[in-house]
Design a protein around this ligand. Structure first.
Ligand code: ADP
Length: 254
């Protein structure tokens, strides 16, 4: 006689749990596969250009030395692009296993320091709307990296001499930090996807503004690891407004 399970309820629960686990593992494998295939695709593009110019120089370089400087410039550019891409990919993969320390820090002071550091390289006018002090739960290094990424994007995608506003405010238990520009903005149906790995708007690709499409994916990862969220909204009258939302510390965190 077969043994009857003593707690069929529990067995049922376990098998459901097992199914859920299998399902999520499956999804993870699909995501990883997609990642590897996207990464290979993005690396192949500069590599093809490099190999093309190497072949050109091998065949015609001696007879036509005037080809050399242009080809070398392409090889230099494209290999730098590959290097940036590989560095970003490594950063992302390190973060897959990362645990970050979160503490109550003055994010207004931190944002002011980031702005001061970025000031010289900015093509825009940086406007700062921050209180003297604004406490939030965050990881200082991650938040610095995130704000720098948002400022460099504003710098890249918004026209020179326009205003970029860095603001911070507390709303009840939430603290919001935002970077708003007067650039082309992001259409509603793309707002979620700009945080996906390798996603770039066609407008940015076609204007040949350099980028890997990894900056915002890394930024989102850093912010979620610190327990926050990041979204993008329309800026008024024009442009985009990236908002980082963090938790305000309660008395226990202070
Ligand atoms: P990258 O800038 O390297 O392409 P990101 O992940 O930082 O990658 O951004 C993804 C895409 O989102 C960009 O290619 C661009 O199309 C769009 N984007 C990001 N920031 C802005 C911005 N401030 N204004 C308009 N478009 C933006």
């Amino acid at each position: 006689r077969l043994p009857v399970p003593e707690e069929p309820e529990e067995v049922h629960e376990l098998s459901l749990e097992f199914n859920r686990l299998l399902h999520s593992l499956n999804e993870q494998v699909i995501r990883d596969n997609q990642f590897v295939s996207d990464a290979s695709h993005e690396l192949r593009t500069p590599l093809t250009a490099i190999r093309g110019h190497v072949a050109l120089l091998k065949r015609h370089g001696q007879a036509h030395p005037e080809l050399i400087p242009d080809s070398l410039a392409v090889i230099d550019d494209e290999s730098m692009k590959m290097q940036r891409l590989i560095e970003s990919l490594l950063a992302l993969s390190r973060m897959d296993h990362a645990k970050v320390q979160v503490a109550a820090i003055d994010v207004a002071g931190l944002a002011r320091r980031v702005v001061a550091r970025f000031q010289q390289q900015s093509r825009q006018q940086l406007e700062v709307l921050l209180p003297d002090k604004l406490l939030a739960l965050a990881n200082a290094e991650s938040l610095e990296h995130a704000l720098l990424a948002l400022l460099s994007n504003a710098n890249k995608y918004a026209p020179a001499n326009t205003v970029v506003t860095i603001a911070g405010e507390q709303h009840g238990r939430r603290v919001e930090l935002s970077v708003a520009d007067r650039g082309p903005g992001i259409p509603d149906n793309e707002k979620k996807r700009v945080f996906d790995r390798f996603y770039r708007l066609d407008a940015s690709r076609s204007k040949a503004i350099s980028g890997t499409g990894l900056g915002l994916a890394i930024t989102r990862r850093l912010i979620t690891l610190s327990g926050g969220t990041i979204t993008v909204l329309d800026n008024h009258p024009q442009g985009s407004r990236f908002v980082i939302t963090l938790k305000a510390p309660n008395s226990e965190n202070l």
